[in-house]
Ligand binder design. Structure first.
Ligand code: GDP
Ligand code: MG
Length: 607
């Protein structure tokens, strides 16, 4: 292979700016698929949930052949990147596998927070960045304004930005030519010992684990014995190839190339993103920099509504884990909910995706307990034990407060972009969530002026519904991105919720003392709405230790639902009864009180 004829690039864009549509166009234009094969919608987002939510979870990669203006045929490797902050580490590895990036910006929306976060990462990887202003077909498109924004906010020369419409197919050839002209060819010695980066992996029922690699030096071949340097494991390569996006087997992948290998690996957990792959007999001296083990940051309990489905839940979790090593689970028992699992996720979106797949693909009815971040607790020593530190994942495991010396909680640095008119409401939201303002600047001018806010916030205040609130108070215009910045000490306490005098452990949470009362009141008020009336009065209380800090009461009910029907319409009566029965199945009994499944999550949304 002639390295000068290879280009490796990724596409960075804010959600909905047209990354997937553009990728499809590039595939179509370079002949990777026929028009008929394209009709399946977006090729790069292949999981159902990814398509529905319009985000890419697993990075995919395609090899495109393009005959450029100089008459030579170039191999363009398009590396797709996950589109959400929860998957920031995967994004960083995908970017590290490329020499450049297309920066896609919506001509009507302009630069958004997530665009920036990714651009800065791309710049850190010394990428050549090719700006593309997409959706110029829209009546609201303002390509010149967006061009200025790219220059002003990002500091990139956008004078040669390609004006495009991925939807109508405008500017596609110009983009392909710009990739060839502007993005540097990869470097790398094919005679050196093998050094390749594990960029991504996924489970395929026929092939086992498929590993996406970028070869930095040396050559990868079928029959080769390889070693994963961080994992310390050895494997025999049984397939080498690439996607066009159809899977094609190749004799080898050499320095500078991107493709896949299989090596009879059964679980993705054995293939850590960022690991270095080398040859067993002739290993490279040094692993690639930047390897990091990803750690779940958000934890919650998952319990089957029907206790008989415990085994099914366990099997389903094992199956999902085959394909997603970044979520973890271990068995948990709860006094109220019985047997279930404590699960760890990269973030709230990741949690929702797994929960949705369990419900949809595995047909499970689940109760999700309050999501929690990981707290570091410093304990004083007792007679029998020395002083020690513990990581608390579950509010139910909170130690005796008398033994707690201090609690640390994780913090994040957030960047928010918003039109000026929503700034006041957003400042208040951040303030309510214990945020510390670091910076407030304005970017752009005239009608396109936007406030850029930098805040430090406790992760615990963000994991519940911060993003939803931000979107709703800004009518969808504000954008948000964050990174973790370590832990800080906080005045934190465990708040319990009691329904009919009984503590519901699934609803207990760690809260800041200063906001506990407000949070407790909010929880009680929402639970009052969410829990149906019973034949008796049901008190709902929030408490810290033995002290009740908020209280509501659900009034008693006497009527049968069908009483409304006056015995007249038998069909309607039957339907109502069926509905009632179905509703029952989705409830959990707490002593003598039934709590609908939806209440568990809904109650956690802050007012
Ligand atoms: P992604 O989230 O960045 O992958 O964005 P998608 O490619 O999924 O596009 C988001 C939405 O914008 C979809 O409804 C697309 O049909 C639409 N879209 C993408 N490119 C264009 C374009 O050039 N013009 C118009 N009008 N719509 C586009
Ligand atoms: Mg997409």
């Amino acid at each position: 292979t002639d390295l000068s004829k290879i280009r490796n690039f990724s596409i960075i864009a804010h959600i909905d700016h047209g990354k997937s549509t553009l990728a499809d166009r590039l595939i179509q234009r370079t002949g990777g698929l026929t028009d008929r094969e394209m009709t399946h919608g977006q090729m790069l987002d292949n999981m159902e949930i990814e398509q529905e939510r319009g985000i890419t979870i697993k990075a995919q990669t395609v090899r495109l052949d393009w005959k450029a203006a100089d008459g030579d045929t170039y191999t363009l490797n398009l590396m797709d990147t996950p589109g959400h902050v929860d998957f920031a580490y995967e994004v960083s590895r995908s970017l590290a596998a490329c020499e450049g990036a297309l920066l896609v910006v919506d001509a009507a929306q302009g630069v958004e927070a997530q665009t920036l976060a990714n651009v800065y990462q791309s710049i850190e990887h010394d990428h050549e960045i090719v700006p593309v202003i997409n959706k110029i077909d829209l009546p609201a498109a303002e390509p010149e304004r967006v061009r200025e924004e790219i220059e002003e906010i990002i500091g990139l020369d956008a004078s040669e930005a390609v004006l495009a419409s991925a939807k109508s197919g405008i500017g596609i050839d110009e983009i392909l030519q710009a990739i060839v002209d502007k993005i540097p060819a990869p470097k790398g010695d094919r005679d050196a010992p093998l050094k390749a980066m594990l960029v991504d992996s996924w489970y395929d029922p026929y092939l086992g684990v498929v590993i996406l690699v970028r070869v930095i030096e040396g050559v990868l071949k079928k029959g080769q014995n390889i070693r994963f340097m961080a994992a310390g494991t050895q494997h025999l390569v049984d397939r080498v190839g690439c996607f066009t996006p159809k899977r094609i087997e190749l004799p080898e992948l050499a320095a500078g190339e991107i493709g896949f290998i299989t090596a009879q690996i059964k679980e993705v957990a054995q293939t850590a993103v960022g690991d270095t792959i080398t040859d067993v007999k002739r290993p490279t001296a040094e692993a690639l920099p930047g390897f990091k083990e990803v750690q779940p940051v958000v934890f919650c309990g998952l319990f089957p509504v029907d206790a008989a489905e415990f085994e099914k839940l366990r099997d389903s979790l094992y199956k999902l884990r085959l394909n997603d090593a970044s979520f973890s689970f271990e068995m948990e028992t709860s006094a109220a909910l019985g047997f279930g699992f404590r699960c760890g996720f990269l973030g709230l979106l990741h949690l929702e995706i797994i929960q949705e797949r369990l419900t949809r693909e595995y047909d499970l009815d689940l109760i999700t307990t309050a999501p929690s971040v990981v707290y570091k607790i410093h304990l004083s020593h007792t007679k029998n034990e020395d002083a020690k530190d513990i990581d608390l994942h579950n509010p139910a495991d909170m130690p005796d407060p008398n033994r707690i010396v201090s609690i640390e909680e994780p913090w994040i640095a957030a960047t928010i972009y918003t039109p000026d008119e929503y700034l006041g409401a957003i400042l208040k939201l951040c303030q309510d969530r214990r945020g510390i303002q670091k910076e407030l600047t304005y970017v752009g001018h005239g009608a396109s002026t936007r406030a850029q806010l930098k805040y430090e916030l406790p992760l615990n205040e963000v994991v519940f519904d911060f993003y939803d609130r931000l979107k709703s108070i800004s009518k969808g215009y504000a954008s948000f991105d964050y990174e973790q910045i370590g832990t800080r000490e906080g005045d934190l306490v465990k708040m319990s919720i009691l329904v009919n005098e009984e503590p519901v452990d699934a609803l207990s949470m760690i809260v800041h003392r200063g906001t506990a009362e407000q949070r407790g009141r909010g929880m009680c008020e929402r639970l009052k709405e969410l829990i149906p009336r019973h034949m008796f009065k049901v008190p709902i209380q929030a408490a810290i230790g033995g002290k009740v800090i908020a209280r509501e009461t659900i009034a008693a009910l006497r009527k049968d639902v069908t009483a409304k029907c006056y015995g007249g319409d038998a069909t309607r009566k039957r339907k109502l009864l069926e509905k009632q029965k179905k509703g029952k199945a989705r409830m959990r009994e707490y002593g003598s009180v039934s709590i609908p499944q939806e209440a568990f999550i809904a109650a956690l949304r802050m007012g």
